[in-house]
Design a protein around this ligand. Structure first.
Ligand code: ADP
Length: 447
């Protein structure tokens, strides 16, 4: 096992990784920009090292700065968290070339899943159901129009290099195709420097269901059920839950096995998430994320496992600490992603926290790097806290979420706490009856 791990991240996820390290008796090294000198992850780490100025490009994304920090501190492995360098295949290659361990999958797996066409081809060949669509990239408008007719409108044009919901355009009818195709291509070119696009059937009322998988890198893998992340705004998840309220145990076992077998087949190592759209009882693959996800705690809550601990174990060469049959669901968990943003336009609201009080009690977990007097810097993501609740069933989890939101105090900046309080009053949320468009429609009529 490693003696020392460097955490190449900040905020709540840096604390999350540090907590696992501490419980495993591993020293943690925090890295930080000059804007984060007073951040909680710096205070809580065994060691901290400044790696550059506020701009992420020169600090949290600076590969030379992070590799140097490992060499200076003697860290043997790097945990990337999510975001920043977590899905950067070049970084992983450089880490390995320096004799260090990257806590995550191989550079090759990251590269395959980072290109959506290659990812879809690979996943399809492994027997995972995909959204019907073009075979690979679409060369020109003529081909796009032919495909539109074949697949049947509406269709969606997507950038192969896409991410964060960019480079995606819907063509409702044949008349829309020219605009959708050209706009998706130019957006993709501008955002990713790669204008290759592909076409898929556009599903009109799906839910977003994702399957958590875990591989040992040696041909063995398990699944840890699904999360429902249908409550989204601009393709960004807002509230997540596990298990999915619309998924039966038979569906879970079937899709779970398909996903676990697929990643076992490619000797995948560590945590991964296979994302699907789910409509009329069918699953359609959209992408795979080769990292720990923001919403992993809801899975941890219902399975009683520590996914970060497991990532570290697998990266050190140990086998998985559980078999598929050991993994049993207990109750229901919900996560609210709390951002420092002003509703209704969701503009970032950095600044000083004048008062912070975290909720507590049975079944409540608060993953946050906030403290009284903390100054949220304007340079990074606006996620400030994840409130996770666990109950014996969905109703209990919802009641616990309302209760916990009532106890939570975040003063000094605008936050999405009041939005969650309003959301928890909604009958549709309680019935579990929503698809990926519901939240935006609710926001439009509520604010
Ligand atoms: P990104 O990597 O940019 O997040 P994804 O492929 O994961 O892109 O898709 C993000 C979101 O876009 C999905 O959660 C869904 O809301 C929407 N979407 C993507 N593909 C389709 C599709 N074929 N039909 C309907 N909605 C889609």
């Amino acid at each position: 096992m490693f003696d020392k791990i460097l955490i190449a991240n900040r905020g709540e996820i840096a604390l999350r990784v540090m907590r696992a390290c501490r419980e495993m008796g591993i020293h943690s090294v925090a890295v930080h920009s000059t804007a984060d000198s007073d951040a909680m992850h710096v205070r809580m780490a065994d060691e901290a090292i400044c790696i550059g100025p506020p701009s992420s490009t020169d600090s949290y994304l600076s590969i030379p700065a992070i590799i140097s920090a490992c060499e200076v501190t003697g860290a043997q492995a790097i945990h990337p968290g999510y975001g920043f360098l977590s899905e950067n295949a070049r970084f992983v290659q450089i880490v390995e070339d320096h004799g260090l361990t990257f806590i995550g999958p191989t550079a090759e797996h990251i590269r395959i899943m980072g290109d959506k066409i290659t990812a879809k081809d690979t996943i399809k060949a492994l027997g995972v159901p995909c959204v019907p669509g073009s075979e690979g990239g679409v060369a020109d408008l003529v081909e796009a129009k032919t495909l539109g007719e074949e697949i049947g409108y509406p269709v969606i044009v997507k950038a192969t290099a896409g991410g964060g919901g960019r480079g995606m355009k819907v063509a409702k009818t044949a008349a829309d195709m020219e605009r959708a195709f050209q706009t998706a291509r130019s957006e993709a070119k501008a955002a990713f420097g790669n204008d290759e696009v592909y076409i898929e059937k556009y599903l009109t009322t799906p839910r977003h269901i994702e399957v958590q998988v875990f591989g040992d890198g040696k041909g063995k893998a398990v699944h840890l059920g699904e999360r429902d992340c249908s409550l989204q705004r601009r393709h960004q998840k807002v509230l997540e839950e596990a298990p999915g309220p619309s998924i039966t145990s038979k569906e879970r076992a079937e899709i779970g096995k398909i996903c676990a077998d697929a990643v076992a087949e490619i000797n995948y190592a560590g945590a991964g998430t296979i994302e699907f759209l789910y409509e009329n009882g069918e699953f359609y693959f959209i992408e795979m994320n080769t990292r720990l996800q923001v919403e992993h705690p809801v899975t941890e809550a219902i399975f009683g496992v520590d996914l970060v601990r497991e990532q570290i174990r697998v990266a050190s060469g140990l086998p998985l600490s559980f078999e598929q049959d050991d993994l049993k669901i207990n109750g229901h968990a919900i996560e609210a992603r709390i951002n420092a943003e002003k509703v209704p336009n969701f503009s970032p609201s950095p600044g000083r926290i004048t008062q912070y009080h975290a909720p507590g009690g049975l079944g409540v977990r608060m993953d946050s790097a906030l403290y009284d007097g903390y100054r949220i810097p304007p340079y990074y993501d606006s996620l400030i806290a994840k409130l996770i609740v666990h109950g014996r069933d969905r109703d209990e989890a919802l009641a616990r979420m309302s209760r916990a939101l009532g106890e939570l105090i975040v003063d000094g900046v605008d936050s999405t706490v009041p939005l969650f309080r309003d959301l928890l009053e909604e009958p549709d949320l309680h019935s579990g009856d929503y698809n990926i468009h519901w939240l935006e429609q609710w926001l439009d009529r509520t604010y």
